[in-house]
Design a protein around this ligand. Structure first.
Ligand code: NIG
Ligand code: FE
Length: 384
């Protein structure tokens, strides 16, 4: 089955120097078959008239924590009243997630993924990290796998408390994560991640987790430099990880290490929005030659938005990106962060993942913040 999408007023392909005007795309099954001027478009089995509106690649949200139960709205409200964000809030969600059935977790992820689709996300990476036992991490990943191939084992999210509520033993927990937990989780995951931060894991522990993951065939990504300066970003660069995420507090040495390594810096502006932290400068990273991705970090604690368009608007307004750079970072950038060359670009042979905007140009994603501009979404060539 082939589909012609024609009369596209502005087509952002990320395969050309600038967007095409008066363009068309042909989808053939799950792939893009043809891209060019609407007047030259070949015939197809069915046609969709974009009516002069804009089309962009589907968003590739390379960082989310969707497998959880419970609600931390009260924690958010307390933050807005002056409390600060701390890693320890994660344990609240861990208790609720352990108590939830597989069916509850699955339907909750389904609801969030549907919410993402409606906002133009066609690929989402999903992490575990709210189970923190062998059983609960493995079942979290089994739930995530029903919705994405891009699943990430984040057993090293925080050290769980003991059954009596005492602080857990970090060294013993890292042994568990790198041993039996990794063995149970690796079959359900493509990636391994750790939260390298004060109150979570130090750089030595994160390195041990990432190295054990690599030995089990999982590629690495890392949460780092979210709450303060630290060694995490340089560790990610040294290990040649696909991406290091947050990057809120960066020294010049961190920026240079990212530029030299090719590790993608994934910025999560919804987190700064929802924690009242300072926004990092995407401009500084881009000017240094670092590849930048934008993602939602959708999670119940630091940022409960599923909206990549919101992240694009914040990155433009608060992080020094141009609208075109932000749209690239949210699609092609996310694809780089996931080591996927078939996503984030509209070109022959690439996945047929596209978003039709109820707007004449992609600039409107930042120019009209908070407005539901997504008028149509195709994933693998099928309308969602
Ligand atoms: O990416 N940084 C660590 N993990 C999440 C937050 C998790 C939570 O607060 O529940 C994040 O921000
Ligand atoms: Fe995260």
């Amino acid at each position: 089955m082939t589909t012609l999408i024609t009369h596209i007023g502005e087509l952002t392909t990320h395969d050309h120097d600038r967007p095409l005007t008066d363009a068309a795309v042909v989808l053939d099954g799950p792939r893009v078959a043809w891209v060019g001027p609407a007047v030259d478009a070949p015939a197809a089995d069915q046609a969709v008239d974009a009516g002069g509106r804009a089309v962009v690649p589907g968003f590739v949200d390379s960082h989310s924590h969707l497998v959880f139960a419970g609600d931390r709205a009260a924690e958010f409200a307390a933050r807005m009243a002056g409390e600060s964000y701390a890693a320890g809030g994660i344990r609240t969600t861990v208790a609720a997630t352990r108590a939830a059935s597989d069916e509850h977790l699955t339907s909750h992820v389904a609801r969030l993924v549907a919410e993402m689709h409606r906002q133009g996300t066609t690929t989402v990476e999903i992490k575990s990290g709210y189970g923190l036992t062998v059983h609960d991490e493995a079942r979290s990943l089994a739930v995530a796998r029903q919705f994405s191939d891009e699943t990430t084992f984040l057993g090293a999210h925080v050290v769980p408390a003991t059954d009596t509520g005492e602080p857990g033993d970090a060294a013993a927990y890292v042994e568990l994560v790198t041993g039996p937990m990794l063995e149970a989780c690796a079959p359900h995951a493509r990636w391994i991640d750790a939260f390298c931060e004060d109150g979570a894991f130090d750089a030595g522990q994160a390195r041990a987790v990432l190295e054990a993951g690599a030995a089990a065939g999982l590629r690495g990504r890392l949460h780092a430099n979210q709450l303060t300066y630290g060694e995490g970003v340089r560790l990610a660069a040294e290990l040649g990880l696909a991406a290091v995420d947050h990057c809120t507090f960066l020294t010049d040495a961190d920026v240079a290490a990212l530029a030299d390594s090719g590790t993608v810096a994934t910025l999560l502006p919804g987190v700064e929005f929802s924690t009242r932290q300072p926004y990092p400068s995407a401009r500084r990273l881009l000017d240094a030659g670092v590849t930048v991705a934008l993602a939602s970090d959708c999670n119940p604690g630091s940022c409960f938005t599923s909206s990549v368009p919101l992240c694009i608007a914040l990155a433009v307004r608060e992080m020094g990106m141009t609208p075109a750079e932000a749209v690239w970072a949210a699609s092609a950038g996310g694809a780089r962060a996931l080591d996927r060359d078939d996503l984030g670009v509209i070109a022959p042979g690439k996945r047929a993942d596209l978003v039709l905007l109820d707007a004449p140009s992609a600039v409107h994603l930042a120019y009209r913040p908070g407005v539901p501009l997504v008028a149509g979404v195709w994933k693998d060539g099928r309308p969602l």
